[in-house]
Design a protein around this ligand. Sequence first.
Ligand SMILES: Cc1cc2nc3c(=O)[nH]c(=O)nc-3n(C[C@H](O)[C@H](O)[C@H](O)COP(=O)(O)O)c2cc1C
Length: 293
Amino acid sequence: MMKAAFYCFSATGNTKRICGLFVDELKKSGYETEYFAIRQGATYAPPSDFDLVFVAYPVHGFSAPRIMTDFAKALPASDGQSYYIVKTSGEPLEANNDSSAVLMRNMAAKGYTCKGEFHYVMPYNMLFRHSDAMVALMWRAAKNTVPADAVIAASGGEKMPEKSSRARMIRRALAFEHGGMRILGKFFRVDRKKCVSCGMCVKLCPFGNITMDESGRVKFGNKCMGCTACSFHCPQNAINIGAMNRFKVNGAYKFSDDITGFTAEDVCDYCHDAYLRYFEAHGIKLPAGGDKE
Ligand SMILES: Cc1cc2nc3c(=O)[nH]c(=O)nc-3n(C[C@H](O)[C@H](O)[C@H](O)COP(=O)(O)O)c2cc1C
């Protein structure tokens, strides 16, 4: 049996969810699949154990998160094994197209060759909370597209987004975010009145950056990468993420793929046209709808 590996970092579940769609498709093609959740200090079976390799991540500041670029650096050397990137982002903007540059460079330094990159837009875990309608549209768009993308990967095909110099410029301009988050993360705070010391944030932090003392008091260290796993999943919404708190999104989304009756009016105003174009490119043509009240 052919074997596929997913090396995935997913702070709030979107990227993992997309990997799940790939897993379902690859199983139909007779693949056995293994999913590795990337965490600092963890060890994984090497890519050489697998016939098909996926490296998956959410876009952070128009780049791959630090935990993934570090993951690539720690891989065993290869003599040209190929792999595919699966990534999710909140915006359907072309500025996200160059986000894999550093990750790909680190992978190439270890001898791995990227054959394709599959990009899906998923609900924001930062900035603002998407409506249920937007979530359904995104999920439907992914479900429309993953089957064909999985066939490309399973057949060793190629698919690369166009990477403009503008996208490269934006990625480079925001490169400070990786270092900056370590500082911003120090100012995360827990509201002691809301916190029930359940330990969820400690368990979820991929960097082991959150600790809890004997009295149940939560503390943040200086390794944060701002992934929001802690604040998104906090069942008490007790975590204040400092300078970014007004952009915080708390609580899991409900994923339906029923888009019956939706019109362009269901698409958020923010980046409205870009989302419409994304949905259309992913098999969803929305009628214009009436005027908004
Ligand atoms: C710190 C941070 C930075 C982000 N930066 C971007 C970005 O540059 N572009 C974008 O489209 N989405 C951005 N997002 C949104 C996420 O990429 C998106 O919600 C993703 O699907 C989350 O995936 P996950 O649930 O697997 O962590 C950012 C989210 C966070 C937390």
